[in-house]
Unconditional design. Structure first.
Length: 699
């Protein structure tokens, strides 16, 4: 922070002393001002686990704010995504609440009442429970006994419509306790005072806190409900947030971290979003509630194996269990397919935490033994690394701008115009040659993708009918599967359960072969870490208009111009590489989305089947439809991936051309009679700051 502050002071003194009567200097001042406005998308830390496993308590401990976020023990999981980040502008606690649109809520409310009015034996219990929770939370305990038309006449209904007339609401307060009370009804569920809870209307809540800059200046914590929701809009939002996560904490109570299917099931369910289709670089497993231990039971269980266990000390038992849990969980992570799916070299870490003991010293654990400080350090280091990267980029760009200023001073030398014309010709030639080389490399990558996808299309066409039959002909419980299939057809091929156990997604199943054939090469083309030898980012990094033959300047003028262009080039390539990370998730997910779109009318048609034998009719219709459209559907998915990749190729090439041409033109403008300004002292100061940054990085 101090280095960044000093660098900005240096550049401010430069702008204060530049003569704005010269157009060239006005352009440079504008460039320096733009440097101050540069913002970077924050790193996302996704946190998910089952309701009641201590997720909210964990976050409260990490933020050192007891009872700040409500615990899941208040009632049902509300499936609302809650983001926590730093308020960098003032000392207020702020909540930005995003609601469903009026149309979206009307559609969901109609679906909820249809579920409640369904008197058939095969109605889904999960759907009934969800419908009752949402309706009573909003409209009161008696609302679920009314018809939709009766509810529309209620005063509460009009109040809800008023809330939905604006898609967002902001709550702000300097007092943390008042703020928590104000926000509670939008993010938690309670059986008490039904009719006063607005969470069913909420898509997501972003909370900004004023005093955790060292943890959250460049990081956002996203509390992702592990159990999801039966609502497809929420489920799509849930998945899109997972794709944004660079880091993930999986939270599970320590007493069931290994045996509980849910956290591992969620992890398996999210492989597409966390793997090639997402940004996730690292997963940490967090065992919570370590202070919650049945001492006598634990001692009896381990007495046979560990004679030397100090029986009288609860603390020793807690620490002993923690160590065993770490070994067991890490072993399971290492032996799973997660590492391959993530395509990252990072090792898994397992933390054993006690949020209660972090706040309550009477629980007899040392501060460090709660392991909350370790998680805080994890966030602090991540935040510092991003800050250091931003500072390094700023200092390097500042040095480039000073080189530009120094090149302007040399414009008074003889034969400058001829020299600049010669440099310009050389740079234009280099730019064209580098773009040609880049295009050739991109075409080779395109060919690799096409070969993978062609193989995937062939395998998908051969197996898709069998895949469909395996997915929709499950009939262990005929009556129950009838309603599952009906719900799946109504929901565009997806059947969602709250606990993710028994989810059905025919689109995902149909996309599996294409994804499998694409995955290995896709991971090499878009790696999350390390070198692959043929990644898109590496090809961009090779690109440079400062060629080795001209890298040794013939004059000080050319040297300053090259320094400036190098910094501009580096900044541009870094920006493009960050954009690629976002775009590649869209490329990968386009397979699933294309299949979902192609199948949509066939699901709708199958959902309309009624009467005796309707389940068999739906099954036959879906199998016939898949067989009928398979060639077009999978080839369209292939075309969509290649089209998006081609668009990315063109965008990168055009951006390099247009942005570098602007930089070249600015550096090679002809000037005369410009006021001389010596910035050699400022250049030395920035070099000194660069040295400090290097030393910090080494530490």
């Amino acid at each position: 922070m101090e280095i960044m502050e000093n660098a900005k002071k240096i550049m401010k003194s430069v702008t204060d002393n530049l003569d704005q009567s010269f157009l060239m200097y006005r352009d440079i001042i504008s460039k320096i001002n733009e440097m101050d406005k540069v913002s970077r998308k924050k790193a996302t830390m996704g946190i998910f686990g089952k309701s009641g496993d201590g997720k909210s308590s964990l976050l409260n401990a990490v933020l050192e704010k007891r009872d700040f976020l409500p615990s899941g023990s208040y009632g049902a999981c509300t499936a609302i995504i809650t983001q926590v980040e730093a308020n960098l502008t003032d000392s207020n606690y702020i909540a930005e609440i995003e609601f469903f649109s009026k149309e979206e809520w009307e559609k969901e409310l109609e679906d909820l009442f249809n579920v409640l009015s369904d008197e058939s034996d095969d109605v889904d219990d999960d759907l009934i429970e969800t419908a009752k929770e949402k309706i009573s939370a909003l409209y009161g305990a008696d609302a679920k006994k009314k018809t939709l038309e009766e509810l529309k006449k209620d005063v509460k209904f009009a109040e809800i419509e008023t809330i939905l007339s604006t898609t967002k609401k902001t709550i702000s307060n300097t007092d943390v306790f008042e703020f928590t009370d104000d926000v509670a009804s939008y993010i938690q569920h309670s059986e008490s005072s039904p009719g006063d809870w607005y969470w069913p209307l909420v898509k997501s809540v972003t909370i900004k806190i004023p005093d955790r800059h060292e943890l959250l200046e460049h990081v956002v914590l996203v509390d992702i409900p592990g159990t999801g929701d039966c609502n497809k809009i929420r489920d799509d939002l849930w998945k899109s947030k997972l794709r944004e996560c660079s880091f993930v904490w999986i939270v599970s109570a320590i007493n069931r971290a290994i045996k509980d299917k849910e956290p591992w099931g969620i992890l398996k369910y999210c492989t597409e979003e966390l793997g090639p289709g997402g940004k996730c670089k690292r997963i940490n497993f967090i065992c919570t509630k370590t202070d919650d231990i049945n001492l006598q039971g634990y001692i009896r269980y381990f007495l046979v194996f560990l004679i030397n266990l100090p029986l009288e000390q609860k603390k020793e038992c807690i620490l002993h269990r923690n160590e065993h849990a770490k070994v067991d969980v890490k072993e399971r992570l290492e032996n799973s397919d997660i590492k391959k799916i993530l395509n990252t070299d990072n090792d898994f870490q397992v933390f054993t935490v006690s949020s209660n003991a972090f706040f309550d010293q009477e629980l007899n654990l040392e501060h460090g033994e709660t392991e909350i400080p370790k998680l805080q350090d994890d966030l602090r280091i991540l935040n510092q690394n991003i800050r250091r990267e931003l500072t390094r980029d700023y200092v390097n760009e500042a040095k480039g701008v000073l080189s530009l200023i120094q090149s302007v001073q040399l414009d008074t030398e003889t034969k400058t115009a001829e020299m600049k014309a010669s440099i310009h010709t050389e740079l234009k030639k280099n730019l064209q040659e580098e773009r040609t080389k880049l295009k050739k490399s991109f075409d080779n990558i395109h060919n690799v993708l096409e070969q993978c996808l062609s193989k995937g299309v062939e395998e998908s066409v051969q197996s898709c009918v069998t895949t469909t039959m395996d997915t929709i002909l499950r009939n262990k419980d005929g009556r129950r599967f009838h309603r599952i299939l009906q719900s799946m057809c109504k929901n565009g091929g997806i059947y969602l359960k709250k606990n993710r156990d028994g989810d059905l997604d025919l689109n995902k199943e149909l996309a599996k072969n294409l994804h499998a054939c694409l995955q290995d090469d896709f991971n090499k083309i878009f790696p999350k870490s390390g070198k692959t030898g043929k990644s898109l980012q590496e090809e961009i990094d090779k690109f440079s208009i400062i060629q080795s033959a001209s890298a040794h300047p013939r004059s000080s003028l050319q040297g300053h111009i090259q320094k400036y262009l190098r910094t501009e080039e580096t900044k541009l390539k870094a920006s493009l590489n960050r954009e690629i990370v976002d775009i590649k998730t869209e490329i990968y997910s386009s397979i699933h989305k294309t299949i979902e779109r192609e199948m949509a009318p066939h699901y709708k048609k199958a959902a309309a089947a009624t009467g005796i034998g309707s389940m068999k009719k739906r099954q036959e219709m879906l199998i016939t439809s898949v067989d009928m459209i398979k060639h077009d559907m999978f080839n369209n998915a292939k075309k969509e991936v290649l089209k998006r990749f081609n668009n990315l190729k063109l965008y990168i090439n055009d951006a390099l051309k247009s942005e570098l041409k602007k930089s070249m033109e600015l550096s090679l403008l002809q000037t005369s009679k410009i006021t001389f300004m010596d910035v050699s002292k400022e250049t030395e100061q920035l070099e000194s700051l660069s040295g400090q940054l290097e030393r910090l990085s080494e530490q």
